[in-house]
Ligand binder design. Structure first.
Ligand SMILES: [Zn+2]
Length: 252
């Protein structure tokens, strides 16, 4: 029998994840959190330019008040001494140690940034980390060797593909929809009404916690709750982490 899987994917390990996790637990939903093991506790602000554009600025620049033309939200990473407790029970995945651009960095940096991140996160969280998300959503071609060397089994891009398919190439995994997209609810309705007739179906929803703080029409906390409410509790949809979805799919 074929099934439908829904997974949340959150990047960067942000303070907003605490509120997100509270809601995920209420709705009994799984999720994958992609963390940068060399940046715990770092603080910046992000301004929303468009959809999904954003600009990152320092806390000093934000506090100086010179750049308030955009809606800004805190991009404060959870400190290292808290992350184990915050993310207990959820899948942890890599995102490089320092959020590097894998398209443009050296191969030496690529190998180190990926491998060290996977090792640090596996040690810190006491779980075998096998997932990854490309910082800025790019660099699949350049990073394949480094990902394989680090034992990574799947890696998420930032390109969207709303066909509800499991990825043909798990190291170049598209997402179904961004949280900030206006297509979220129509896509969820399509997914709910689709029957997994001759293959499994997969919905991968990608978000950053800070997006909930923007408070704009397409990026707010109520929308996050409404997505959870729309998907959770459907008896034909398995809500789990990306890793769980891929493992179940491999067995189906
Ligand atoms: Zn990121």
């Amino acid at each position: 029998m074929y099934r439908k899987y829904f997974a949340w994917s959150f990047d960067d390990g942000l303070e907003q994840d605490k509120r997100i996790i509270k809601t995920l637990k209420e709705y009994e939903m799984g999720a994958t959190f992609h963390l940068n093991s060399g940046m715990f506790g770092d603080k910046t602000y992000v301004g929303r330019i468009g959809n999904p554009g954003m600009r990152e600025i320092s806390v000093e620049a934000f506090e100086s008040g010179n750049c308030r033309l955009l809606p800004y939200a805190p991009h404060f990473r959870i400190p290292e001494d808290e992350v184990r407790d915050v993310y207990a029970g959820f899948e942890i995945a890599g995102h490089t140690c320092h959020h590097v651009n894998l398209m443009t960095c050296s191969q030496e940096d690529r190998l180190r940034e990926i491998a060290d991140d996977i090792i640090s996160l596996s040690d810190l969280f006491d779980q075998k980390v096998t997932g990854f998300a490309y910082p800025y959503g790019m660099g699949a071609k350049q990073s394949r060797k480094a990902l394989k060397a680090a034992g990574v089994q799947y890696a998420r891009l930032a390109v969207t593909d709303s066909a509800f398919l499991f990825p043909e190439d798990p190291l170049a995994m598209p997402l179904t929809c961004r949280f900030t997209s206006e297509k979220v609810f129509p896509l969820i309705e399509q997914f709910k009404s689709k029957e997994p007739e001759d293959h499994d179906l997969f919905f991968l929803m990608f978000a950053h916690g800070y997006e909930c703080d923007f408070g704009t029409a397409e990026a707010n906390w109520e929308k996050f709750e409404n997505i959870c409410a729309a998907v959770a509790g459907q008896k034909d949809i398995v809500c789990c982490s990306i890793g769980q979805a891929l493992r179940h799919h491999a067995k189906d």
